[in-house]
Ligand binder design. Sequence first.
Ligand code: MN
Ligand code: MN
Length: 453
Amino acid sequence: MERLIENYMDFISCNKTERLCAEASVRIAEQNGYRNIEDVESLKAGDKVYINKMGKSLILFNIGTDDISKGMNILGAHIDSPRLDAKQSPIYEDRFYKSGIVYLNTHYYGGIKKYQWLATPLALYGVVIKTDGTRVNIAIGDDPEDPVFCISDILPHIAQDQMKKPASEIVEGEKLDAILTVYPNVKDYHDKEKAAYKIGDNKDKVMKFLDDKYGINEEDLASAELELVPAGKARYLGFGKNLILGYGQDDRVCAYTSLIALAEGKAGKRTNCCILSDKEEIGSAGATGMNSHLLDNAVAEVVARLDVKGNPELVIRRALANSDMLSSDVNSAFDPLNANLYDFYNSSFLGRGVVFNKYTGSAGKRGASDANPEFIAKVRNQLYKNDVYFQNAELSKVDVGGGGTIAHYAAEYGMNVLDCGVSVMSMHALWEVTSAYDIEQAYRCYKAFLELE
Ligand code: MN
Ligand code: MN
């Protein structure tokens, strides 16, 4: 189990974007006998395939011996995490104060506390796609040789006004711009007669650096996805190797354990499926999010390759409607320092096993899928049989707040869905906390669930 934890820590340290997660997951899947469905003409029991949607979400199938219209066992987690995205025209030089500072202009992604992103080392990841289709990969800030980036904050000595503001206003979203460089040229700056420094010179130098190193120009940045994330690796927190501090554990802690549970699993009666979806943090939108035809299109591709009887459209609908799914997403861990926000009797605790959220949502369960007790009983029974520990919880006290997962998008197909994931402390912060024991339980839970007949 220590190997599972070490591998998990490596996975989240090396894969801080949805693209990198999808890429790494393909590698893990292929090592376990999965093939790209595009290279497969027909499928039978025991075959393993994956569908890679735009390099940002992944759906994997391990075909069972049962008729697929009887349903599948599905694990679903998301591989996107809160971060700062570069804007379309991202690089600018301060032209009002002629400070010479060149910035990366960002638009935050997902639910963040903006002030947490100031004065902390950031790494830049992503892709730039040139007009000829060439993809340039960017990864700066996690190699010890690399520089990092940073957003400035006000020194406390002159922050009287800032400190009076509510936390939501301490830093405006528009001010979340990271320093890329200032090329000092003291001589040019002071030599007024020559006026050698012109605004824009430093930006030009940055662009020249990007051209020399990556062969990209400013226009190319319009077709790019660049993400600022915390720089640094996941680490053990505190004594005893019990806790993990790492970025993006919502929801890569469930994504990784789901993927490994599926990849290492044997072919059973029911077809096993694992969805690693994108864009959950912004409402599962877009072609790579769960609020799309991601899942039914994938099942259609599988059914098209199976030797099925009857109307294929009906087979697809039945396969989905008769499925059971664990929507594997994280829950907030009880925090004694902020105990007033939690219903103690319905909270999840670090180190007490995987978490069942019968429902999520907010303000009267709005946005929840609310799992059927018949289905919960089936999952409970399987976990008892396999000595897997679970706890029942809600995110917080009633009306304190709330959140959603991908559960209700899957439930739209008529399948059973239960939110079932790992407790996270400081969720959505740059460095989130999980328990190694819970990660092990999640992995064992997902494995046992996939074996359900
Ligand atoms: Mn999540
Ligand atoms: Mn989240």
